[in-house]
Design a protein around this ligand. Structure first.
Ligand SMILES: Cc1ncc(COP(=O)(O)O)c(C=O)c1O
Length: 457
């Protein structure tokens, strides 16, 4: 059908394995380092925080890793997710470009995050873990882990960044509905939270601080582990089901993207849609056409475009291993922008490495331009996107307008990582003119970068 809108894969065609880009990288990823010895980490160093199966995935260089059947059964509740052709948006823009989007808002929590929450909770339950702790920004990851933990009888505690906790009260209600406990961070419940509050009683919080609190609690209790919603290799691995499905759906559409776009916070939905396409290119052969891969981030927190590629801590209290990534410095507190899921000082090591290898491009955009794109998209396509993925929409619209100016009919694919039904206050602020573009403090950035740990190259 020439004017088809949706490309739906049958459940039986849902991928049976995740794709691990580590197998195809021309240069291996620099290893994570122990924060005390600065030596490469071994699996036992991660054992207090993660179950063995997850540690093995974190370090694996196998190209494909099987998705356990019980996990596939849960994912089938909403997967394969639909691929849409944005015909009405194309028309509105008057572009010769073809725009496709892979919609991850169909999951129970409304975003891509359950793609990793379900396997993480399952592996933990298999290894006898009773309780999980985690951080969350906008609440998408916290609610996803609340849902997934509930499936396997795990007790879930979520430290939510204070500014988002206040901006998005219904995300907390969702976490509680699924049986989790949600605490605003910095909190008086941990030693680190108390230290931050003693110095700054009104601190708006950051993902780096919330991670420190969640890690502190998990490290102290034998039956408790920690789950991370982005950044680490295993999380990116779980998200590749997005791109593996998209490859099959683009085939159904008889098309192949010239440009693949996604927003980046810690890098998981970006890796999810992009890595399988990058893998096609790296492996060569008939599917190896040249594709541009574009990561869009907020100009208020531009880790990929402005950060330094260096070893840094994943959290503010420096409890985590050191990983090599693009970072604004673990002491940097990004402004309280509405895309709370993009307020992270660092970037996934695999995404950072891909940027260093020239496999991807990065671009930063202002939040008002993103909301303008989100409103245009909602009016054309009907879906109200989460503030995070209005960044991807902005990127896709800008590429489509470039195609119009150049008279080119390129194919654009982007990941619409979640819906914005819990983010309507941000849209109200935008439409009433109250939303402003926040700039980060250059002095604070310089200070945070000057405090990066000193590690020999
Ligand atoms: C809908 C949505 N998209 C994107 C992100 C950014 O995270 P990541 O870069 O790991 O995909 C988040 C994070 O909370 C999110 O909720």
């Amino acid at each position: 059908m020439s004017d088809q809108i949706k490309y739906l894969l049958d459940e039986s065609r849902m991928p049976k394995a995740w794709y691990n880009i580590a197998a195809d990288l021309p240069v291996p990823l620099p290893p994570p380092l122990h924060p005390g010895t600065l030596q490469p980490l071994g699996p036992s160093d991660l054992a207090p925080l993660f179950p063995n199966a997850i540690i093995a995935q974190e370090m694996s260089t196998e190209r494909y890793i099987d998705i356990p059947e019980p996990v596939r059964e849960v994912l089938c509740q909403w997967r394969p997710s639909p691929l849409f052709r944005a015909r009405r948006l194309e028309k509105l823009l008057g572009t010769p470009a073809k725009i496709y989007y892979k919609y991850e808002g169909v999951s129970p929590a409304g975003s891509h995050k359950p793609n990793s929450a379900v396997p993480q909770a399952w592996y933990n339950a298999q290894e006898g873990v009773k309780r999980l702790t985690t951080e969350t920004g906008a609440g998408q990851w916290g609610s996803s882990l609340a849902y997934a933990g509930g499936l396997y009888g795990l007790d879930v505690t979520v430290f939510q960044v204070r500014v988002s906790y206040d901006q998005k009260p219904y995300r907390r209600a969702l976490m509680e509905t699924w049986g989790a406990r949600c605490i605003p961070s910095p909190s008086p419940e941990t030693e680190y939270g108390r230290a931050v509050l003693a110095k700054y009683p009104d601190h708006i919080g950051s993902l780096g601080i919330a991670i420190s609190e969640a890690v502190e609690v998990a490290a102290q209790q034998d039956d408790t582990k920690y789950a991370l919603g982005s950044v680490l290799n295993h999380v990116l691995l779980h998200q590749t089901i997005i791109g593996e499905e998209a490859i099959l759906q683009m085939e159904m559409a008889g098309d192949d993207p010239d440009v693949v776009i996604s927003c980046v916070g810690g890098g998981s939905n970006f890796a999810g849609i992009a890595f399988p396409f990058i893998g096609l290119g790296l492996r060569g052969g008939p599917n190896a056409k040249k594709r541009r891969i574009l990561a869009i981030e907020p100009s208020a927190c531009p880790s990929l475009s402005r950060g330094k590629y260096a070893y840094d801590f994943g959290d503010t209290a420096h409890l985590t291993p050191l990983v090599k990534m693009h970072t604004l410095g673990s002491d940097f507190t990004p402004p309280g922008l509405h895309a709370g899921g993009l307020r992270y000082h660092g970037m996934a090591p695999l995404v950072s490495h891909a940027k260093e290898l020239g496999l991807i491009e990065a671009r930063s955009v202002h939040q008002t331009d993103c909301f303008a794109a989100g409103v245009m998209f909602a009016r054309a396509e009907g879906i109200v996107a989460a503030p995070e993925c209005t960044h991807a929409i902005r990127g896709a619209i800008d590429e489509a307008l470039r195609c119009k100016a150049e008279g080119k009919s390129e194919t654009i694919l982007f990941c619409l990582s979640g819906h914005g039904h819990f983010d309507m206050a941000s849209y109200t602020n935008y439409m009433s003119g109250k939303l402003v573009d926040q700039e980060y403090d250059e002095k604070e950035l310089a200070m945070a970068l000057s405090m990066l740990p000193k590690v020999e190259a």
